[in-house]
Design a protein around this ligand. Sequence first.
Ligand code: XUL
Ligand code: CO
Length: 449
Amino acid sequence: MANCYVGAKEYFPGIQKIKYEGPKSKNPLAFKYYDADKVIGGKKMKDHLRFAIAYWHSFCADGADPFGSGTHIFPWNVDAKNPMDAAEKKMDAAFEFITKIGAEYYAFHDRDMAPEGATPAESEKNLMTLTAKAKNLQAQTGVKLLWGTANVFSSPRFMNGAATNPEFGVVALAATQVKAAIDATIELGGAGYTFWGGREGYMSLLNTDLKREKDNLARFLTMARDYARKQGFKGVFYIEPKPMEPTKHQYDFDTETVIGFLRNYGLDKDFRMNIEANHAELAGHDFFHELETAAAAGFFGSVDANRGDFINGWDTDQFPMSYYETALAMYTILKIGGFTTGGLNFDSKIRRNSIDPADLFIAHVGGMDTFAVGLQVAQRIIDDKVIPDFVKDRYASFDSGDGVKFTKGELTLEQLSKIGTDAGYGKTGITSGKQEYLENVLNSYLLGL
Ligand code: XUL
Ligand code: CO
């Protein structure tokens, strides 16, 4: 990666490229564990982790919440002549930040990057202008696009949904944005294109034709896929499950639900999961569960890295800070051979009262360090073999004798029942699951980095 990019104006003055200083460093603007080129399990940390910066949180979210206005004053907005000028300046700031923090990827929504115009055509023109600038900055810096997406949930016109809107006219307007965002993603060489169904759900079933909405969602996704493929897009489409918020019920509830949906509508070849830690928690799961579920079904794709607050029941989008969670997440990811097109996108935001310019850096330093620790712990789990071997042994009876026949589908229920009858009760099944032992082993890896 090239050195830091600084445009006409430096937006984060006084902050240099963030360096690795090791665990003993007390410098808040240095990595303690993330050492980009250090090789873990045969691959550099940066290639395992594939960090991406989320344009919407880092350069757009001003700290506003339902109870108060924005608190983050973005310097690129202050002296901007008009919305397009602000967008150009914001992009300079974004590439300055991305190169200073040392992430290799970013992700964006159309409206994060370019303002909406007075007409769909003007909106598209704005996006293409900023896409041209982004392409140039990517070439200058080596930063790459992890995925693009369209924001078809913020505008009031999408209050009743986008692809699932009861009005056909709104579905067509959503298409103007998705088509343009796909074009921008292709132009920028994006490895993926994401659909997060923000308002693709319902607030009340009393006013909702659920079957029609799901059919329409599938039709829309099919059209988007066909268009992108026709335009030469070779990347992966992601669906990002979330059970609720802003709707009461979102159709892409969780990984298992989405997989069923994709299979029902014949979309399972092109779409994979973009799993977000905080969304998993809202669905009553944990991050590990959603990752394992996607991996087991061959639907793993990418990750939106963040965390919730275990006291709150909403999408707090905090930076990942738990070594335990990142270790388990990286364990799943390593087990299936690592990321291919995906990466760790920080869909995380600094708190409303984190108002120092350095706070955005400090937050990412912490998130990247936390995943760097998680990666090393996960590699230890694999190298030490205790946990994977325990799991393997636990199912060993399916790998010999009649167990193999069962696994291969060679037994009828009558034959299976006869095996049970012949064996009798004895001590079969009276076996410890050893959960506490395995938790202790994991804790020793967490400390023994
Ligand atoms: C919202 C969310 C989105 C998606 C992209 O909860 O996670 O930012 O990641 O639309
Ligand atoms: Co997300």
